[in-house]
Design a protein around this ligand. Structure first.
Ligand code: PAF
Length: 274
């Protein structure tokens, strides 16, 4: 497995590769990432995993400086998972100038839920993802369903910009308590880690109510928020949405419930299809 920092070196290493599958990550890898790598590997394509903590998607008050950077361990995991190339550029390599050209997703998708709480977040994500797509020129790119809004926005971006890339989505991987794996779980104390399963339990309860026939969506959402708040969470949102476009729910259409909440200093997000 090659570990490459420079765009020019990566392009050189990819000359003649017919089918490339890209798994974009910010590193500090866990089994969730490795399951995406496995999907890429199973496609039979040449597999590139990028590791880049993208400053453009962090607001000034967020955790850019503290975001765990564990390149050596990540590379050992990726070598073991059969990755062909790790692309781990520096910030200077990815953004030699201040990034003046950006990709701005439509507000009806990008200014709701995560985008409402983290303004500009999806501009940062779309810009770096398009840049990675331009650099790697993959025929397949793999993203996790845990970041449902992110993968939906990227799917729309790929379709509307006619990028010649197939997008694959990997299922959320959970720990024994049900907590969705995320690099930010490393911020949790042992007791917070056990308590953190309450988020997915709450999403399951919402899903059960909807399956049992309730359609008083705002009431269900506010009951769910209250139940988490009573147990010490700071809730950003619990929201029932259409799977297709994250629009307001309609009976008979595929729905999901998305949640974001803070336990102590750690912000977690999760979602469940209903
Ligand atoms: O999901 C992530 O880890 C990041 O948002 C991504 C897609 C690698 C872009 O920086």
């Amino acid at each position: 497995m090659l570990v490459i920092q420079k765009i020019a070196d990566l392009r050189q290493a990819l000359v003649g590769k017919q089918a490339v599958a890209l798994v974009p990550t910010m590193g500090n890898l866990h089994d969730g990432h490795l399951s995406l790598v496995k999907l890429a590997r199973d496609s039979g394509a040449f597999v590139v995993t990028s590791i880049f903590v993208n400053p453009l998607q962090f607001a000034p008050q967020e955790d850019l400086a503290f975001y765990p950077r564990t390149l050596e361990v990540d590379c050992a995991l990726l070598a073991n998972a059969g990755v062909d190339i790790v692309f781990a550029p520096t910030v200077e390599e990815m953004y030699p100038d201040m990034q003046g050209f950006v990709v701005e997703p439509p507000c009806e998708l990008a200014d709701i839920l995560e985008g409402e709480i983290r303004p500009g977040f999806f501009i940062g994500v779309c810009t770096v993802v398009v840049k990675l797509f331009n650099i790697v020129q993959p025929s397949i790119a793999v993203f996790g369903r845990k970041d449902y809004q992110q993968q939906l926005i990227i799917k729309n971006m790929v379709r509307q910009l006619a990028l010649p890339i197939e997008l694959w989505t990997g299922d959320t991987v959970r720990d024994v308590h049900g907590l969705a794996l995320s690099s930010r779980n490393n911020y949790l104390s042992e007791s917070e880690r056990v308590q953190s399963a309450q988020l997915v339990e709450c999403l399951r309860a919402v899903s059960d109510y909807v399956r049992s026939g309730r359609s008083d969506w705002p009431e269900i959402e506010s009951e769910a928020c209250d139940s988490l708040r009573r147990r010490g969470w700071q809730v950003d949102y619990i929201s029932i949405r259409l799977c297709e476009d994250l629009g307001v729910p309609r009976r008979g259409e595929p729905l999901l419930v998305l949640g974001a909440a803070r336990i102590g200093a750690t912000r977690l997000i999760d979602n469940l299809e209903i």
